[in-house]
Design a binder for this molecule. Structure first.
Ligand code: AR6
Length: 205
């Protein structure tokens, strides 16, 4: 008997095509991120991220801590930068800090626009920080929780934005130059948010 039409069809019943899209999780990728709860001004990485405002002339929170620890040279250099747009970042020297460079990012004030626009601006700020680190030959970078203090971005919403943006960058061609990204958290809510979302984007193998 001739085989039924469905069986003689050349269409394979199991797909052997490998999924395209994101690179599969790897131990190498996982080893390039870490989480620490500390004062970011104490870290001797090549670059640290500051959560600044558009004037770039210091302020409270992590910005105040960075300016205090760096000394007046930092403010003098910042004065020459002419401010910074929301979603952008600018790099300076680190003066009395143990790191080499400070990357001043301006995140969104969470309630100033729609949540979608806030997410776009926060993603943009992290992308600018990551790109500036590589452009300035910094292969180790400490990130703070941009916008999650005074600017009111909810910790549990900000963490997956930061973590997924870092993941995408580490997987990109340019991101290969970044050896280590340290997520620096300060308050308990941020510890919890990172412990929840880091294993989602960097699953343990
Ligand atoms: N090390 C690491 N993280 C810290 C430190 C520290 N020393 N201090 C605070 N954090 P915020 P924003 C965390 O308010 O929301 C300033 O006045 C903190 O727990 O510093 O982007 C600027 O001049 C939070 O998770 O920055 C701007 O005007 C995160 O850092 C405005 O605040 C960011 O909180 C920017 O607001």
């Amino acid at each position: 008997d001739p085989a039924p039409a469905s069986r003689s069809s050349k269409v394979p019943t199991t797909l052997s095509i490998r999924p395209t899209g994101p690179i599969a999780p790897s131990q190498d990728l996982n080893n390039r991120v870490s989480l620490v709860r500390n004062d970011i001004t104490k870290l001797a990485v090549e670059a640290i991220c500051n959560a600044a405002n558009r004037r770039l002339l210091g302020g409270g929170g992590v910005d105040g801590a960075i300016h205090r620890a760096a000394g007046p040279g930092l403010l003098a250099e910042c004065r020459k930068l002419g401010g910074c747009a929301t979603g952008d970042a600018k790099i300076t020297d680190a003066y009395n800090l143990p790191c080499s460079k400070v990357i001043h990012a301006v995140g969104p004030v969470y309630d100033m626009q729609t949540p979608q626009e806030s997410e776009r601006l926060l993603t943009s700020a992290y992308n600018r920080v990551l790109n500036l680190a590589v452009d300035n030959d910094c292969s180790t970078l400490a990130l703070c929780g941009i916008s999650t203090g005074v600017y009111g971005y909810p910790h549990r919403k900000a963490a997956p934005v930061a973590i997924s943006t870092v993941k995408k960058f580490l997987e990109s061609e340019k991101g290969q130059k970044l050896k280590k990204v340290v997520f620096v958290v300060f308050v308990e809510a941020d510890v919890e948010a990172h412990e929840e979302f880091l294993p989602v984007y960097f699953p343990p193998l």
